[in-house]
Write a protein that binds this ligand. Sequence first.
Ligand SMILES: [Zn+2]
Length: 328
Amino acid sequence: MRAKRSKKYRKLMHQYEMAFGFREPYQVLVDSNFLRAVHSFKMELIPALERTLQGKVKPLLTKCSLAAIMASQPINPKTNNPYRPMHLPPPTILPLRHCSHNEDSTPIDEVECLLSLLSPSTEVKRNKEHYILATADPPASDKADSGDGKKRKRGDDEGRDALRRAQKLRIGARSIPGVPIVYVKRSVMILEPMSTPSEEVRDGVEKSKFRAGLNDEAVLGKRKRTEDGEEKKTKRGPKKPKGPNPLSVKKSKKKAGEPASGPKQEKQEKRKEQKSDEAPGRTNDDGESSAPKPKRRRRHHKSSKGDGDDGHAGELSNGAEAATAPNE
Ligand SMILES: [Zn+2]
């Protein structure tokens, strides 16, 4: 169950990387409810976020969120400052994100602050800083004390208001394309599926890639139609629609052109490999020298040594494979 979930999340983050340009370390804006929930379920902020997002994270707390946390704290009579709450990690773990919404930089409402950071412009909603939002529902108002009516009612109203604001934040974040949302539910940290606006952008990116692929095939005229149908099928499938397909097509073409190789030829190929190491741009008279190269590269990639230049090149071009490779 856990392995299945982490695979799903890795795939989802990969989609955010491909469609919206997210990169590690992921910047995570955490809100006051999230910090309270993380603390109450005894999670560790950074490890829990990294397990959920399947990558390195850099959590951030806005000044306005900090103000919201401190506002609900009792005042220490000795210092005249509010007590630092247990659920607020030190700045070494959770640095402050400076935000300024007005001339004298007084903190504003936490929800307004976070939404304005996620999409600075309200006209064109865009998460250009690539923030991830980490939030949670406010703690349930103490239903245990069913005593004095008036006091309880006020508590309920406050609880309902806090819940409404938490929902407003999440709905607002979902309306901005490309905002991954992490939230804590009971004792589990969850990465929300892509919102509809995010999916629309992601599918737009995929479609343009798909069209670019079709234009390559367009030279083949009639065959285009059958390719069309095939491509659509693979696209609908749940597994890695983009990366590996064009690669495998290329390889199969080369293999088809190759004559059946005996043991002698393997030796020749090995020699060619060494040669091509010395002069990579060089091609031999028969043009076969390019065939063994991808083979070798793939071996490098699968053994995941990644020590040489080849390893890095493999990582870049086979990004989709790398991200979806079973690693549990
Ligand atoms: Zn702010």
